[in-house]
Design a protein around this ligand. Structure first.
Ligand code: GTP
Length: 874
């Protein structure tokens, strides 16, 4: 019977459910027909408003739905009729007559889901991009300033230990799912970050008392090594090591986000068919295709991954592309693969030494879109037939299953063998990645006690994948794939068709779960971790801020004080030094000058005329010794002054630096006797100074000044005599003598002359001999004064003593200055340290506040994404 079907879709903004069409069978419906370009062809003007015309066929509806959706959902080329190649014909669509009401409803629901998917997809991509840039800034920050990584408050509690399997986790990013999913022990394989916690679990994650304290994605692998628990190791690791570990986690996380984004952007959905050897995987794929495409054999036969794709993706040509090892397959680049005919597939797949890393098998499935899985009208689906599991290939399979490109894992198990060890290991691993696994228990026809077999397999599943077990009606199928292509009907076919519907639904309708949920879950887990990290760092920076402020309040005045004291002490030291040295210089100059001035009083013992030469030398030596002694007194004076000066410095140190200085000052004890010790290049003694310049001279025995005095005195006496004679009546006497002399003849004078000479010499000699004891010191002192003055003796000696004194003083002075400099430096260092802590804490507080705010917004957005379309109804 031909039926009029009209559906009006309301805009789906905000993931609202379109109104359920009124009873399609009985109620007359208002027909909203959009303007058409030609008869019966709907014109699409918005995906939210689609009208099924009364006379539209199912194909039209399907075309309408899928072409419309495909236009903006990025679902690729799996569009009925849209891409079909000539020569392969259009799918054999059923008419509306044949279209059951529930089929129409399903198509409508699919359409809504597709729109929702498109909406969620672009939102998630945006959120992934935002999270990526947040991670980037966090990573940059961490490289500049190590991020504080809080030690988990809860290490493994007894409660957790019983709830969780005893497995060494490389990343415990699994949240509460672990405890639910894996109550049974598992083989010791490591796991990757959890990406598949369903949306409805995320609220629990946030509020769970344990999880709120536990990182999920950014959990550092602190349990490795010798520490007993995370707390121990995180405390023992320095912040730099932690920051490096965190950086590498952030890097991995960023990479994972890119993969998730790539996966979301990938329009195709890939279904991996895997399972034990000979379980019937190839048979299942063939049954799904309703064609004998892949080789089936009683012996293990599939040795290479075979990816079955819709031939329309290969311009409608059925063929096999063998992907060369070490290349990335690109259909448009023939250098990456070798082309084979479909009939060669059996040999290629069964080749025991495979030539290709995988085989891309393009198959034309000519069935209608509601029947064909490859060509379903909504999304490109690829079925990947994997080689059977065996011990050696577990890791290969697990790795393959983990690849972000795999949306659905269909695990085929032989009903006769149940789950082998390899199967358990694989399912355990894959369950973490995919959460839901589609289980096909094949070769069910060989089982006699079917109920018991079902019960046993479901029991095993309970521990391996509780979620799959919980949804067993849809996800676990007991079939006989081998009977599908043999044309057998009945119950076996019905079971298989049920499997097909469920699988189709699982891939298409629940695709949001398989493709988008990992991204959502990952984003939620990650945003939880980043928020936690931000929160911990905000509070850490707040603490540091207040601590730094407090410290600085105390340090700044102390710093200013020590600087002031340092300045004052430096001035006092300088003043002290000036005083000491001035007094030493003054004393020395005065003492030496005075000694020089009184040098002629220094005499040796005079032992008579016959030892006058020795007298000369001894007198000179005595004078030198006298001056030398005076120098010694000056040095002693300097010692005393230095001792007082040093004591003053020590007092300064003790007053301002206290015990710290006392302890240091003891190391350099002042020993006055060590001053003026002979040096390598000793200064000249007085004797050495005068030795060359003050030599013996005969004239040293005569005091010429005294002679002059006597001459002057005798002349004076003569004059006095004349004057006195003239005025006091002695004129007569004088005259008489004069006259007598004038009467004396020349002969008389000649006769008297020798006597006069002898008298003169004699009296001179007498005088010299008599005055030599006085003349020698007098002359020597004069000569020495002259000689020492030429050598600037007083200045040089004073300079020497002052220099030595300065040197002696400078040691404690430098020490005290150095200690003050150190004290100031220490105080400045403390101040700078806390100023830098303050600055860092301010910057950190600001950064993490911003980060926390941003990640909070991302989290809120992601939480609002309704991937499962809970609100969708038909
Ligand atoms: N009785 C029975 N036999 C089946 C069924 N499905 C597959 N077989 C047989 O099981 C054997 C293995 O089938 P395959 O499809 O080659 O198994 P496979 O898992 O792909 O094998 P490998 O890839 O080599 O591991 C073949 O002989 C099939 O005919 C079934 O439902 N019932």
């Amino acid at each position: 019977m031909r039926r009029t079907v009209t559906a009006v879709h309301q805009p789906l903004a905000g993931v609202c459910a379109p109104p359920r069409p009124t009873d399609l069978t009985t109620t007359p419906i208002d027909i909203i027909t959009p303007p058409t370009t030609n008869n019966q062809q709907p014109l699409l003007f918005h995906p939210s408003l689609i009208v099924f015309h009364t006379s539209m066929s199912a194909m039209d509806i399907a075309n309408l739905i899928t072409s419309d959706v495909a236009s903006d959902s990025g679902y690729g080329g799996s569009v009925a009729g849209g891409n079909s190649s000539p020569g392969h014909g259009s799918p054999d669509f059923v008419g509306v007559d044949d279209l059951a009401e529930d089929q129409v409803s399903r198509l409508q629901l699919q359409h809504q889901q597709a729109l929702l998917y498109a909406d969620n997809r672009s939102s998630l991509l945006r959120s992934l991009g935002q999270m990526k840039s947040l991670l980037k800034s966090l990573k940059e920050w961490n490289e500049k300033t190590p991020v504080y990584y809080p030690a988990p408050k809860h290490s493994s509690t007894a409660e957790e230990a019983t709830a969780r399997p005893s497995v060494a986790h490389t990343q415990s990013a699994y949240g509460t799912d672990d405890s639910e999913i894996h109550t049974a022990p598992r083989p010791s394989l490591t796991r990757r970050s959890q990406t598949t916690i369903p949306a409805n679990r995320t609220d629990e994650i946030a509020s769970h008392p344990l999880l709120s304290d536990t990182f999920q994605i950014l959990k550092l692998d602190l349990k490795l090594g010798h520490a007993k628990n995370s707390d121990d190791l995180s405390e023992s690791l320095d912040s730099k090591a932690l920051s490096q570990l965190l950086s590498s986690l952030l890097h991995k996380s960023t990479h994972h986000i890119s993969n998730l984004a790539a996966r979301i952007e990938d329009t195709a959905s890939k279904v991996l068919v895997t399972g034990d050897l000979n379980a019937g995987k190839s048979t299942l794929v063939n049954a799904l295709l309703r064609r004998h495409v892949l080789p089936e054999d009683q012996q293990p036969c599939t040795n290479t991954f075979c990816e079955v794709l819709d031939a329309r993706e290969n311009a409608g040509v059925e063929e096999v592309h063998g992907v060369l090892f070490g290349t990335t397959y690109d259909r448009h680049d023939e250098r990456t693969y070798a082309v084979h005919a479909l009939k060669e597939l059996e040999d290629l797949a069964m080749d025991e030494t495979p030539k290709y890393s995988q085989l891309k098998v393009y198959v034309d499935d000519g069935r209608t879109i509601d029947k064909s899985l490859l060509r379903n009208g909504v999304v490109d689906i690829a079925l990947i037939d994997a080689p059977g599991l065996n011990i050696d290939s577990i890791s290969t399979h697990a790795l393959f299953a983990r690849q972000e490109e795999i949306d659905v894992v269909v695990f085929v198990v032989s009903a006769e063998n149940h789950f082998t060890l390899s199967a358990k290991e694989f399912i355990w691993n894959a369950a973490h990645e995919k959460a839901y696994i589609f289980i096909v228990v094949n070769r069910f026809d060989n089982i006699r006690d079917k109920a018991r077999c079902k019960r046993m397999i479901l029991d095993q599943l309970s521990s391996l994948s509780p979620r799959t077990r919980a949804d067993a009606d849809e996800l676990v199928h007991f079939v006989s794939a081998g009977s599908v292509n043999t044309g057998e009907g009945g119950e076996k076919l019905r079971d298989f068709e049920h499997l097909e519907r469920s699988l189709r639904q699982f891939v298409l309708e629940k695709r949001a779960k398989s493709k988008l949920a990992p991204a959502k879950t990952y984003l939620l887990n990650l945003s939880h971790d980043v928020a936690m990290l931000a929160e911990a760092n905000i509070s850490k920076n707040q603490n540091e801020l207040s601590k730094a402020k407090k410290e600085l309040d105390a340090i700044r005045p102390a710093y200013e004080k020590i600087r002031k004291v340092k300045r004052e002490v430096a001035e006092e030291i300088e003043h002290n030094q000036e005083e000491v040295l001035n007094s030493v210089a003054l004393y020395t100059k005065k003492a030496l000058s005075s000694a020089l001035n009184t040098l002629d009083t220094v005499v040796a013992d005079y032992e008579g005329l016959w030892s006058i030469f020795s007298y000369w030398y001894r007198t000179r030596d005595e004078m030198c010794a006298c001056l030398q002694r005076e120098e010694g007194f000056c040095e002693d004076f300097a010692r005393g002054q230095c001792a007082a000066g040093i004591e003053f410095i020590v007092q300064l140190g003790n007053t301002h630096l206290g015990t710290e200085y006392g302890a240091a000052a003891k190391r350099t004890i002042f020993r006055p006797e060590a001053m003026f010790m002979p040096k390598k290049k000793p200064h000249p003694t007085v004797k050495e100074r005068v030795q060359g310049s003050v030599g013996f001279e005969w004239s040293d025995f005569v005091d010429w000044e005294v002679q002059e005095k006597y001459t002057t005195a005798s002349l004076g006496l003569s004059s006095v005599a004349v004057v006195v004679g003239k005025y006091v009546g002695l004129k007569t006497l004088t005259d008489a003598a004069w006259k007598a002399s004038s009467f004396a003849s020349l002969r008389d004078v000649r006769r008297m002359a020798p006597w006069v000479v002898v008298f003169a010499i004699g009296s001179t000699a007498f005088f010299i001999v008599k005055d030599v004891q006085r003349a020698v010191p007098f002359n020597l002192a004069r000569k020495m004064r002259r000689s020492l003055a030429e050598g600037e003796y007083v200045y040089a000696t004073s300079d020497r003593i002052v220099k030595e004194s300065r040197k002696v003083l400078s040691m404690p002075e430098e020490e005290l200055r150095g200690m003050f400099a150190k004290a100031v430096e220490k105080s400045a260092g403390e101040k700078e340290k806390w100023e830098s802590v303050l600055k860092g804490a301010e910057e950190g507080y600001k950064f993490f506040q911003g980060l926390g705010g941003q990640v909070g917004r991302v989290k809120k957005m992601v939480e609002s994404y309704d991937l499962e379309g809970k609100g969708l109804k038909i």
